[in-house]
Structure formats: structure tokens, C-alpha cells
Design a protein around this ligand. Structure first.
Ligand SMILES: Nc1ncnc2c1ncn2[C@@H]1O[C@H](COP(=O)(O)OP(=O)(O)OP(=O)(O)O)[C@@H](O)[C@H]1O
Ligand SMILES: [Mg+2]
Length: 254
């Protein structure tokens, strides 16, 4: 579905600019859940924005379904660290926003919006306004919004980064369950080693800027992810391995 070959992105001109990413190569198949893990400033968001068609690459080739990206791909869903809910719209209207933008298809999508909110445990909050919700509830609403148009490709940029640890754990479980049910392709940016292992079928580790792929790790854990998987030996092995990569890059030490 996604084919990146030697992708680079430079901001600014040759004399006075920043190379955010360099020589990024990876292929992502339909239905994979891939986490991009790397230090702050290594270009994870930049790469995601290139995939979303919001930013143009300056080197290499980046294809979705075999075609160069010119603007946002069809059936794209996005979720960000800040939830981007509109304060003056209730929960249902916030979730339905993408249907408004896609040619006034609110009525068509309202049953799905309600169903997603139910799946997210928010049935009782359909009419509520964002300011009356907790951070975790807001992020759930944002997740429902990103799923409204049944995306084939879901791009998530640290969606749970601002949440407390317990809420984040719960949302990890919920997101993983949604992914096993819907099987859309997900590219998920995170700083958290354990979040990446818990959620992903594959982890791509980036170097410091200019970001490039250090290692591409296939994660093999039971399909049904329970939080207790984090205490198992295989999980510990992945965790030690990834930590070792960061130690070798000089980004972590005791
Ligand atoms: N629009 C822009 N103009 C100029 N430089 C930019 C722009 N966007 C990003 N950069 C630079 O590109 C580099 C990579 O930024 P990016 O936001 O992709 O990193 P990141 O890996 O997502 O970091 P973090 O984990 O902190 O979110 C940084 O040095 C940043 O300053
Ligand atoms: Mg970022």
C-alpha cells in the first residue's frame, strides 16, 4: 500500500535549511499496524505529513497504491496529539465533521457516528460539549472522528501523548481492539517503547535527525492483546532490544 524509497525532506534552502528526514525506505502492506519510534525531532511527524499529502518530499519516491502522493490520499483518517475538537460543536457534530467536508453526507453517516461513539463508551455523551469532557474522553471522540469515513489508511501522530498513564493504557487496548475488527492500515507515531510494542505488528525505529530507518522489527505477540502481555518474556525481549538500539545511539543511559 505504501512504498517509500530513499525518501528525504529538507525544509528551507540549501544554505540555510534543515534536513528532517533522509533516505527513508519502507514498504507497508494493507492491514499492517506500523509504529514509527524515534527521538524528538527526528522527523516522524514530517514523514507522516508527507504520507498525508500535507508536505512534499524533496527526495526519493513515496507511493500510495503505486501512485505518487498528490494531496491527501482517499479514505484517509488522521489523529493528532492535540485532539482538534471544536468547542462550539457537541460530540456527535464533532465526529460528523469529516462527513460535512465530504460533500454534506451527515445524514448518511450519523448512524455510523453513533455506533462508533457507542463502541468508544460515549453513548451517554453524544450531546455533550468538548469542554465538559476529560482528556481521555476527548481523545476517544477524536478517534471516532478519524474512523468515521472508514479509512483505509489511518495516520496517528502521538494521539495519546498528553494523557495520563492509566487512560493511555485503556486507549491502547481499545485502539488495538478496533484495529483487529476493522483492519485498516495504521501508521502510528510514538515515543513510548512499550506503547509501540503493545500496539504494533511492526516497529520502525528512526535515528536522530536527519531521521532514517535504523531497524525494522516484526512484532509477534498473541493477536488478542491484553495489558498483561507486557509482563511476558517475549514482550520483555522486544523491550530490551529496542532500548538497546536507543542506548547504542547514545540517547539513553543509566
Ligand atoms: N514546517 C517546517 N519548517 C521548517 N522546519 C521544520 C518544519 N517542520 C519540521 N521541521 C524541522 O524538521 C525536524 C523534524 O521535525 P518533526 O516534527 O518531524 O520531528 P518529530 O520526530 O515529529 O519530533 P517530536 O517527536 O518532537 O514530535 C525538526 O528539526 C523541525 O524543526
Ligand atoms: Mg512529532
Amino acid at each position: 500500500m505504501i512504498a517509500a524509497k530513499d525518501v528525504g525532506k529538507r525544509f528551507g534552502d540549501a544554505a540555510d535549511g534543515v534536513t528532517a528526514i533522509a533516505n527513508i525506505s519502507m514498504n507497508i502492506a494493507e492491514g499492517e499496524f506500523v509504529s514509527l519510534l524515534g527521538p524528538s525531532g527526528c522527523g516522524k511527524s514530517t514523514f507522516l505529513r508527507c504520507l498525508a499529502g500535507l508536505e512534499q518530499t524533496t527526495g526519493g519516491t513515496l507511493l500510495v497504491d503505486g501512485k505518487p502522493i498528490e494531496g491527501p490520499p482517499e479514505r484517509l483518517g488522521m489523529a493528532f496529539q492535540r485532539d482538534a475538537l471544536l468547542d462550539w460543536m457537541n460530540v456527535l457534530d464533532n465526529v460528523l465533521l469529516p462527513a460535512d467536508f465530504s460533500g454534506g453526507r451527515r445524514r448518511e453517516f450519523e448512524p455510523r457516528a453513533r455506533e462508533l461513539l457507542k463502541m468508544a463508551g460515549l453513548s451517554g455523551f453524544v450531546q455533550a460539549y468538548p469542554r465538559t469532557l476529560s482528556g481521555g474522553m476527548r481523545q476517544r471522540v477524536a478517534m471516532c472522528r478519524s474512523l468515521l469515513l472508514e479509512p483505509r489508511l489511518l495516520l496517528m501522530d502521538e494521539p495519546f501523548g498528553a494523557l495520563d498513564a492509566l487512560t493511555r493504557d485503556q486507549l491502547n487496548v481499545d485502539l488495538h481492539r478496533l484495529w483487529t475488527q476493522l483492519r485498516m492500515t495504521v501508521v502510528f507515531v510514538t515515543h513510548s517503547i512499550s506503547e509501540a510494542i503493545f500496539l504494533s505488528s511492526r516497529i520502525v525505529v528512526f535515528s536522530p535527525r536527519p531521521g532514517t530507518v535504523i531497524e525494522d522489527i516484526q512484532v509477534e505477540l498473541p493477536d488478542e492483546r491484553r495489558l498483561a502481555v507486557r509482563e511476558t518474556e517475549p514482550f520483555g525481549r522486544y523491550s530490551r532490544h529496542v532500548r538497546g538500539l536507543f542506548e547504542n545511539m547514545g540517547l539513553l543511559h543509566d
